[in-house]
Structures are given as C-alpha cells and as structure tokens.
Design a protein around this ligand. Structure first.
Ligand code: FMN
Length: 181
C-alpha cells in the first residue's frame, strides 16, 4: 500500500510530523510511505494559479492508497494551515483527490484534552469532499510534548491504537480496490 502522511502543522519541529513518522514506522510488511507538511502552501485564493507546492500535494494525494492526516488543535479546531491546503485541493470539487480516498486522522496536542474537537471538524470537511474516513479507533495523542523521547513515541497505548487505525485503513483500501478496481 502507498501511504501519504500530511502534517497539519507548518512548524519544522512539528509534533504532528514526528507522530506520522512514528506511525509509519509501525507498519509491518512492504509498504511505501512519505510524510509531507502543509507549510509552504500559499494562502488560498479561488481565482489564483496553483503553485508547484499545491500541484505536488494534489498529485501525492491522488497517487496514495491511504492518506493519514495528523493535525494540531488550534483554538478547538484543526489548524488553519491544514484547512488552507485542503481548500486548494478541493477545487474543482468533482475532481478533488479526496473523493473515494481512504483517509485516517490523528492528532498530537500539548493540551490534555486536545484533539477530539479538531478531528471532528476535520471529519466534517473531509466528508464534504467525499473521503472515506476510517471510523475507528480514534487516535488522540494528548500531552504530546511528554510522549516522545529523541523523536520516538514512547506511549504504548498510542502505538497500539495507531497500529489498529492503520490496519483498518488497509482493510478499507483493499475493499475499495476490490469493488472499484
Ligand atoms: C494558536 C494555538 C492554539 C492552540 N489551541 C489549542 C487547543 O485548543 N487545544 C489544545 O489541546 N492545544 C492547543 N494548542 C497547542 C497545540 O496543540 C500544540 O501547539 C500542538 O500540539 C503543536 O503541534 P505541532 O508541533 O505539530 O505544531 C494551541 C496552540 C496554538 C499555537
């Protein structure tokens, strides 16, 4: 399977980017994966030209079997940088690369209650684009600044749920391939 991880943070040392690297390192077997960030995507303008960064991201989402988005929680929602990137990808709506795409979401937040609100908002947006959301388990890495040591996720519970989420994403992607070719 080909996985694309999209970090919803523009920060270079983003906890969400690190979470995605850790998630994909949990994969067993022959899979391809890469992690990209929404940093560098210009501000969305409906009549504006797509930049190379936007085109590249669009192509990467198109080519992936499974997209995994990890977002920080900003003021009880997902990041504006992520919404901005999704808005670029969403046009034209009928050809948007999230249509029929298996998408799993997760979050790393430094707060102790962060993530659920951000991801719920993200689900509404992705659903409007026709994405196939992986329903369970919900993965919220809270107090994330204490859950990594030298870039390695040390929380066994989070690892267990991430593994389950990726397994469920692969089941969905295989089922979709079988039905839609
Ligand atoms: C503008 C702003 C708003 C934030 N709001 C929340 C919030 O509502 N809930 C929460 O748990 N954390 C909040 N945080 C903390 C983020 O969760 C934390 O910065 C995030 O985990 C960092 O992820 P990153 O390193 O991938 O950017 C906020 C941070 C910023 C900068």
């Amino acid at each position: 399977m080909k996985f694309l991880g999209i970090s919803g943070s523009a920060k270079l040392d983003s906890l969400n980017s690190v979470l995605l690297y850790n998630a994909f390192e949990l994969l067993q077997g022959q899979h391809k994966w890469e992690v990209v960030s929404v940093g560098g995507i210009p501000l969305f303008e409906q009549s504006g030209e797509e930049t190379n960064e936007v085109k590249k991201l669009k192509d990467k989402v198109k080519e992936a079997d499974i997209v995994v988005i990890s977002t920080p929680e900003h003021n009880h929602s997902f990041s504006a940088a992520l919404k901005n990137a999704i808005d670029w990808l969403s046009v034209p709506l009928d050809k948007n690369p999230f249509r029929w795409k298996v998408v799993a979401t997760m979050s790393a937040t430094t707060g102790s209650l962060g993530g659920p609100r951000a991801q719920e908002h993200l689900w509404i947006v992705l659903k409007s684009l026709g994405a196939i959301l992986v329903p369970t388990p919900e993965v919220f890495v809270v107090n994330a600044d204490k859950k990594f040591v030298n870039g390695k996720l040390i929380d066994e519970n989070s690892k267990k749920y991430i593994t389950e989420l990726l397994d469920n994403a692969m089941i969905l992607a295989q089922a979709l391939k079988y039905v839609m070719g």
